[in-house]
Write a protein that binds this ligand. Structure first.
Ligand code: ZN
Length: 136
């Protein structure tokens, strides 16, 4: 697999604006992009720490994945995303290694990345996202 780096850490929040304030005013980071991902029923905000991004996720629908997550577990770290090349290959290899896939083929995520999730039941409790920037 060998990801090149952690692309981002996804954090589920109830209120995007309030959480951005914390990251900007307390941690001194800068939000550089806010984007709605309709498919995921979320509004996302991105901040950068070195090469790694923080992806804040606010649900736009209580029935969406983040809405349900917050209802069950509350706010907090939702997933970790690893940057990979040849995401289709990496998914196939993960599956061959017995990992349960949430997405068998990549789909479009925020910032135009190709993304796919691995099931936390196969990844020791961490919802894992693979992502590839094919625009690079
Ligand atoms: Zn993500």
């Amino acid at each position: 697999m060998k990801p090149s780096h952690i692309e981002h850490i996804g954090i589920a929040v109830k209120n995007l604006e309030e959480s951005i304030k914390y990251y900007e005013e307390v941690l001194g980071l800068k939000c550089y992009n806010i984007e709605e991902v309709k498919d995921q029923k979320v509004k996302t905000a991105f901040l950068k720490v070195g090469e790694v991004k923080i992806e804040l996720l606010e649900s736009t629908d209580p029935e969406g994945p983040i809405g349900k997550y917050i209802e069950k577990k509350g706010e907090g770290i939702h997933h970790i995303a690893f940057a990979v090349d040849n995401i289709e290959d990496k998914l196939k290899k993960a599956e061959e290694n017995g990992v349960r896939l949430i997405d068998t083929t990549p789909r479009k995520g925020a910032e135009g990345l190709d993304i796919a999730f691995l099931h936390p039941k196969s990844t020791f409790g961490v919802l894992t996202e693979l992502c590839e920037d094919k625009n690079k």
